[in-house]
Design a protein around this ligand. Structure first.
Ligand code: C2O
Length: 504
């Protein structure tokens, strides 16, 4: 079936934490933005009209592989020009993955202003049983617009690169959520962290969660009492409602404050919602926690038992660091290169280059500051991430998920094959599309380049994205040149009313 949405994107006001009313990016005059629902096999069409008036925009469908439609990936200046104010653009692609996803603006620093929402892809052949499905988003929240926060963050007066600390946390874009429970029903909770910065610990008092999916990958059911979702991660779990209905139970999302340089005394890092069993019973305060011990995602097993990929054809080592540029402002680096948006979307550069392998396989034509790597068609690629920074980073790969071969704890330093080889997950390693790498730790990932396209790999903390923590994977450029068909109106986003070229 074709599922169509019209998204008229404009500024509206909202006050989701009851503290400050502010401008947010709404859809069709509403905020929170609507959920997108589709089924595996559907064609999704989103007609987007940019009525923001003062900003360009674009829309990314996080976690979708966009197989054969890399030009619909929505990343500004990677797969398209940002959609100018007053213009429209149609996203149109076929969905072939079930699971819990989300959509968000992929134009510089824009989605924390509210342009993000859940995207659920239903599966007629779900490999587990439940009675009812609930969608739960968690996110951090700022009281100011990104247009006010960004210049302060990227200023020479902020030489340590301290990220703005969120003002509060939200669940389903509110702080006032109750979830009615029917006794003994089995619920499928689909959770997504759609925030800009903070990871979130999530737990429910006196209830176990049976995790069945992470980032769209079905896993062997695994019980836990707490999950951690970084910005952009998703997970779904089964929860069996109690038989007894005398009391209500808190469900808590708690921001990972180790990411924050300072914790303002006024900050409440938690948002508490309730499993509502009994309307006349009180809403108890959450009990104090003894420790935060979430489920270790690297120890989950994918339900398809897909074995480890063969040895890599290519290993890309990326060292992550943060440092000051000459301007005094803090930037983020992979191998001492900070990503800068090109003037032409990298995908167009691929398509307009002479089709000879000497040219298409020469990364320099894609621009030094896009930090491009060529992934040969069907090659096995290994990413070694060495986090030389003192913060946790959630890294996200577009167009793929990756096998997690290894992830170290904090402070174990860079990956060393001799020291750590035995630590590989050899049997059916977990796959996800977003992985947290610990401070001064490392991770080893593997994936097959079976999806021709231009794909970003980046930190999903929006502050780090705008400070350049991204690289570009140009995957099978010659295949794109031979077979990718892009509709004419795709290019119209690059033409502005004022005749000037687009860009960030
Ligand atoms: Cu959630 Cu580059 O994306």
């Amino acid at each position: 079936a074709t599922v169509a949405y019209d998204f008229n994107v404009s500024w509206v006001t909202a006050n989701p934490d009851g503290l400050v009313e502010r401008q947010v990016i709404g859809i069709n005059g509403q905020w929170p933005p609507p959920r997108i629902d589709a089924q595996v096999g559907d064609r999704l069409v989103v007609n987007l009209l940019n009525s923001l008036g003062d900003e360009d925009t674009s829309l990314h469908f996080h976690g979708l592989f966009m197989n054969g439609s890399t030009h619909m990936d929505g990343a500004s200046m990677v797969s398209q020009c940002p959609i100018p104010r007053g213009a429209s653009f149609t996203y149109d692609f076929t969905i072939d993955q079930p699971g819990t996803y989300w959509y968000h603006s992929h134009t510089q620093g824009q989605y924390p202003d509210g342009f993000r929402g859940p995207f659920i892809i239903h599966d007629p052949k779900t490999p587990f049983q439940y009675d009812e499905e609930l969608v739960l988003t968690v996110s951090d929240w700022y009281h100011e617009r990104m247009s006010a926060l960004q210049p302060r963050f990227m200023s020479k007066y902020n030489p340590t690169g301290a990220e703005p600390v969120p003002n509060s946390a939200l669940m389903n874009d509110t702080q006032d959520l109750t979830i009615p429970m029917i006794p003994e029903r089995t619920y499928l909770f689909r959770m997504a962290n759609i925030g800009a910065f903070a990871g979130q610990y999530i737990w429910i008092e006196d209830h176990n969660m049976t995790v069945v999916e992470m980032d769209g990958v079905y896993v062997h059911p695994t019980e836990t009492i707490m999950v951690y979702l970084s910005a952009a991660q998703r997970c779904s779990f089964l929860l069996k409602a109690k038989k007894e209905t005398s009391r209500n139970f808190p469900i808590i999302a708690s921001m990972d404050t180790t990411l924050f340089d300072t914790i303002p005394p006024s900050l409440n890092p938690n948002v508490t919602s309730y499993l509502l069993y009994n309307k006349t019973a009180p809403m108890p305060s959450p009990s104090p926690l003894k420790s935060f011990t979430p489920l270790d995602d690297t120890h989950l097993r994918p339900r398809d038992n897909l074995d480890i990929l063969p040895l890599p054809d290519q290993t890309i080592t990326l060292n992550i660091s943060m440092s000051n540029l000459a301007s005094g402002a803090n930037y983020a680096f992979f191998n001492n290169i900070t990503y800068v948006s090109p003037l032409v979307p990298t995908l167009y550069t691929v398509l307009s280059s002479p089709n000879t392998s000497e040219i298409t396989n020469n990364p320099s034509i894609y621009g030094t500051y896009t930090h491009p790597y060529i992934l040969p068609h069907n090659s096995i690629n290994q990413l070694v991430l060495n986090n030389l920074d003192t913060g946790r980073h959630p890294f996200h790969l577009h167009g793929h998920n990756f096998q997690i071969l290894h992830r170290s704890g904090a402070d174990e330093g860079p990956w060393s094959r001799s020291a750590n080889n035995s630590a590989y997950n050899h049997k059916a390693p977990m796959r996800r599309d977003t992985l947290v790498v610990e401070p001064n730790g490392n991770a080893v990932l593997r994936f097959k380049a079976d999806n021709p396209g231009v794909w970003l790999f980046h930190c999903h903390i929006e502050w780090h994205m705008i400070s350049g923590l991204a690289v570009t994977f140009v995957e099978a450029p010659e295949v794109l040149q031979q077979s990718l068909q892009i509709p004419e109106d795709h290019f119209s986003a690059c033409k502005r009313q004022d005749g000037k070229g687009s860009g960030n």
